[in-house]
Each structure stands twice: as structure tokens, then as C-alpha cells.
Write a protein that binds this ligand. Structure first.
Ligand code: 5GP
Ligand code: ZN
Length: 115
């Protein structure tokens, strides 16, 4: 999608520190990390938010959750101590980039509830 920074990262028009990539998904380091490990996992195709996942995206959603996120956590060696996966959605959810992204945050202890 034109002017979407994460579409530009997916198409390599914009640079990112990529930690994982396959046909449908790319994961890269957050520009402004909120934890020692802070990765964003995105579908390469433009999906605005989790509200916009379609029936036909079930394989993609499962791929991200079942394959990609746990693999990245293993690679970063945060699987055992734990980590947090966050999907900010819409204004109240604090979403600032309107291309669906899964935050993986780790390398420190998290607090609850979130702000
Ligand atoms: P949100 O607030 O929408 O859940 O998260 C957006 C995240 O994207 C933020 O943590 C922000 O630091 C990150 N971000 C915004 N623009 C860029 C960028 O151009 N490159 C990278 N790597 N991260 C970005
Ligand atoms: Zn996009």
C-alpha cells in the first residue's frame, strides 16, 4: 500500500534489521525498542489490523503464531525465560502504524497490567 512504511520494509524499499523472512512474513527489529529484544512480525501483504484478517488469512495467522513467533523466540534465546507478544489495535489499543504487526518483547521482566 502506498505510503505504508511496513509495506516499504516488506518490499525492501525501506531498510530494516531483518531477523526472519519467508514468502509471506517478514520480522525485523523495532526502530525504538521497548525491551532488550523487540521484534515486529508482519504479514508482507497489507492488512490494516487484526480486525481485517479474513477467512482466507487463517493459514497466514496460524503460520505467524505457530511457526514464526516461537522460532524467533528460540533464535533470540528468550523462549525459556519468557516474552510478550502484543498486537496493538486501533486508537484505544495504541496502534500507530496501520499495517498489522505482532510485537515480540523479551530480555527483561514485564509488568502487568499494561498502560
Ligand atoms: P504500534 O504502536 O503501532 O503498535 O507499533 C509500531 C511500532 O513500529 C513502534 O514500536 C515503532 O517504534 C515501530 N516503527 C515505526 N516506524 C518504524 C520503522 O520505520 N522501522 C522500524 N523498524 N520500526 C518502526
Ligand atoms: Zn502496509
Amino acid at each position: 500500500m502506498a505510503d505504508c512504511i511496513f509495506c516499504k520494509i516488506a518490499s525492501k524499499e525501506a531498510k530494516s534489521k531483518t531477523v526472519f523472512e519467508d514468502e509471506t512474513v517478514i520480522a525485523f527489529r523495532d526502530l525504538d525498542p521497548k525491551a532488550p529484544e523487540h521484534i515486529l512480525v508482519i504479514p508482507k501483504k497489507h492488512v490494516e489490523s487484526i480486525n481485517d484478517f479474513k477467512e482466507s488469512d487463517k493459514n497466514l495467522a496460524a503460520h505467524i503464531l505457530v511457526d514464526v513467533i516461537p522460532k524467533i523466540a528460540r533464535d533470540l534465546k528468550i523462549s525459556e525465560k519468557g516474552y510478550r507478544v502484543v498486537i496493538n489495535t486501533g486508537d484505544d489499543g495504541g496502534q500507530t502504524v496501520n499495517h498489522l504487526h505482532f510485537h515480540i518483547l523479551g530480555g527483561r521482566s514485564m509488568t502487568w497490567p499494561p498502560g
